[in-house]
Design a protein around this ligand. Structure first.
Ligand code: FPP
Ligand code: MG
Length: 405
């Protein structure tokens, strides 16, 4: 079969899988038996035509350049405009950071200054953007127009505050010296003040949450704080058994990253009084996009650069963390198991793991898995009435998959 005879669906899949390799990690793309099986399942390729598909798949991947892979589905400019996540949320996002800083109004010490530092409007605002679009899509579906209600906007603020607080703490744990392209909070003010600043942001967010006066929503966002702590704690351990290890990794990923999106999306659906099935769809959209987001983050830790990401990269292995790329690589190189169990702590472990990952298709498999989660997110959100916000949520999944920072 020639590459240009591959079915459209197949080319789409490859377009989504195409990756940029940095100079440190420009291994040739390899397709393992495992990935081939995943693709066969997805593309309905049978045993007889598998080997004839594998060659063209490789050719297609190599041909795809970074420029033409942002939107893999062809849509008209007007549709792209009306489903643009940034455009649809620009009004709310233009004052979100200022509104957060007004809440963080401690003037007594430099607690105010420290806690304001990361709310400079230079972050991706991915969480509040997702929450605002979910609110708009749910409200539209329920016949309430697509304006964001005030309590829903407060959830967008709270989601950004919890996220930022967790990053302030995370940078202390990881001893990271940069965040969002500038010196991290701990780099400037030291560990102790950073921990207090993170606590202060969480306590202010908790106060805002309580003031919403909705018990169910308070429980949802309190669960997020619980999950953030448990997820980060789970990251300190690993499982001996390979299958359990992947399940542990995915559960940790949900708690550490996806719970915030899932429960915030659910909260805005609840506040819009949208009913149980819409609320569940909002939760599932957030859950699936959240897991995909962290999978891509874990992939970028291997293939991106500090400059592009605005934070330290190539750090997970050094911190002892076995994320998806190395867990996938383990299928091909079982000797990685012992390195994972000792958290890459012996001299040469990090370099060896990095080299073995580069020899496998662990990076592509990570992206493929993220794509599967995004497909499920799209399936869930497409159960709502079509609207610009719903289309923007679909666009957001493409952005999650193809982001470089
Ligand atoms: C970034 O992970 C960190 C998180 C997504 C969550 C961190 C959670 C805590 C530190 C628990 C404390 C919780 C609260 C509520 C304060 P990463 O290190 O993989 O990503 P990075 O590369 O952006 O640092
Ligand atoms: Mg970190």
């Amino acid at each position: 079969m020639a590459a240009n005879q591959l079915p459209n669906r197949c080319r789409l899949l490859i377009s989504n899988l195409s990756l940029r390799y940095t100079s440190e990690c420009c291994s040739p793309i390899r397709i393992s038996k495992f990935t081939c099986c995943l693709w066969k399942r997805s593309l309905h390729v049978n045993r007889a035509n598998c080997s004839s598909v594998k060659g063209p798949l490789l050719q297609c991947i190599r041909r795809h350049s970074i420029k033409d892979r942002y939107f893999c589905t062809s849509s008209s400019p007007s549709r792209q405009e009306s489903s643009n996540p940034e455009k649809l949320t620009e009004t709310e996002l233009s004052h979100l950071c200022d509104d957060i800083k007004k809440e963080l109004n401690s003037s007594k010490s430099n607690l105010g200054e420290i806690s304001h530092y990361l709310f400079d409007g230079k972050g991706k605002a991915f969480r509040p953007m997702t929450v605002l679009l979910t609110a708009k899509a749910c409200n539209y579906h329920c016949g309430r127009g697509s304006e964001v209600l005030s309590p829903q906007y407060r959830i967008a603020m709270i989601s950004e505050m919890l996220h930022t607080a967790s990053l302030i703490h995370d940078d202390v744990i990881d001893a990271a010296d940069t965040r969002r392209g500038k010196p991290s909070v701990n780099n400037i003010w030291g560990q102790t003040k950073s921990i207090f600043a993170g606590d202060y942001v969480i306590s202010t967010a908790s106060m805002m949450l309580a003031k919403l006066g909705n018990e169910d929503v308070v429980i949802l966002l309190s669960q997020v704080i619980d999950d953030l702590v448990r997820g980060e704690f789970m990251q300190l351990g690993s499982k001996e058994d390979e299958n359990e290890r992947f399940a542990h990794y995915l559960e940790k990923t949900y708690k550490k990253t996806a719970s915030l999106l899932a429960n915030s999306c659910k909260a805005v659906a609840l506040l819009g009084d949208c009913g149980p099935s819409v609320t569940e769809r909002a939760f599932q959209y957030g859950r699936n996009v959240g897991i995909a987001f962290q999978l891509i983050d874990d992939m970028l830790d291997y293939i991106s650069s500090d400059k592009l990401m605005g934070k330290p990269t190539s750090t997970d292995l050094k911190l002892g963390l076995a994320t998806a790329p190395v867990l996938f690589a383990c299928h091909t190189y079982p000797e990685l198991n012992s390195l994972i169990m000792r958290r890459f702590s012996e001299p040469g472990d990090v370099e060896k793991a990095r080299q073995l990952v580069a020899k496998t298709d662990g990076i592509e498999q990570t992206k493929y898995l993220a794509q599967q989660y995004c497909q499920e997110a799209i399936r869930q959100i497409n159960g709502l009435e079509e609207s610009p916000a719903r289309n923007a949520l679909v666009t957001l999944t493409h952005k999650v998959l193809n982001r470089l920072k």
